[in-house]
Design a protein around this ligand. Structure first.
Ligand SMILES: Nc1ncnc2c1ncn2[C@@H]1O[C@H](COP(=O)(O)OP(=O)(O)OP(=O)(O)O)[C@@H](O)[C@H]1O
Ligand SMILES: [Mg+2]
Length: 141
């Protein structure tokens, strides 16, 4: 996976395609933290991951729901958006610990707001706005 980075991606469609590429290396139990400013392209990456895992319906940002579960994906895909989360406890209340035990891939937008919640081994993808698109970097927590 880390050999895919750093990479410059110039449009939204290519962002989805890159999400598909990332998904090829993902397995149940993986946590993917997507870190980047408002409009960085986090949801587009997630759309590509969902597509590759076989979830063919629309993937939208769960900003208001906090979490969306795509049970038709294989492995299941659980998509979090922590943007509006105020306290880590709220995530624990909706069962974060249980989600970590699920046979699923977890993708977390705005994971950097609550880094203490991310388990060891979390795959971290940083997205930066650059002229002509976005630049993506990889790290592991
Ligand atoms: N690599 C890219 N190059 C240019 N535009 C892009 C790229 N990736 C995404 N976009 C555009 O950026 C906008 C935001 O995309 P997206 O909703 O995926 O971002 P986000 O990081 O999820 O935003 P939010 O912080 O609101 O959740 C969209 O209009 C999309 O078309
Ligand atoms: Mg989003």
């Amino acid at each position: 996976m880390d050999d895919l980075f750093p990479i410059k991606i110039e449009n939204a469609q290519a962002m989805i395609a890159f999400g598909e590429q990332i998904a090829e290396s993902l397995k149940a139990g993986d946590v993917v933290a997507l870190v980047g400013d408002l409009g960085a392209g986090k949801t587009h990456i997630t759309q590509g991951i969902a597509k590759k895992l076989g979830y063919l319906a629309e993937v939208t940002s769960p900003t208001f729901a906090l979490v969306n579960e795509y049970v038709a994906a294989k492995p299941e895909l659980i998509h979090f958006d922590l943007y509006r989360l105020e306290q880590a406890e709220e995530l624990l209340e909706i069962g974060w610990e249980e989600y970590l035990e699920r046979d699923a891939v977890l993708v977390v937008e705005w994971a950097d707001r609550f880094p203490e919640l991310m388990p060891a081994g979390t795959i971290c993808i940083h997205i930066e706005h650059v002229e002509g698109g976005r630049e993506l970097f990889y790290s592991k927590i």
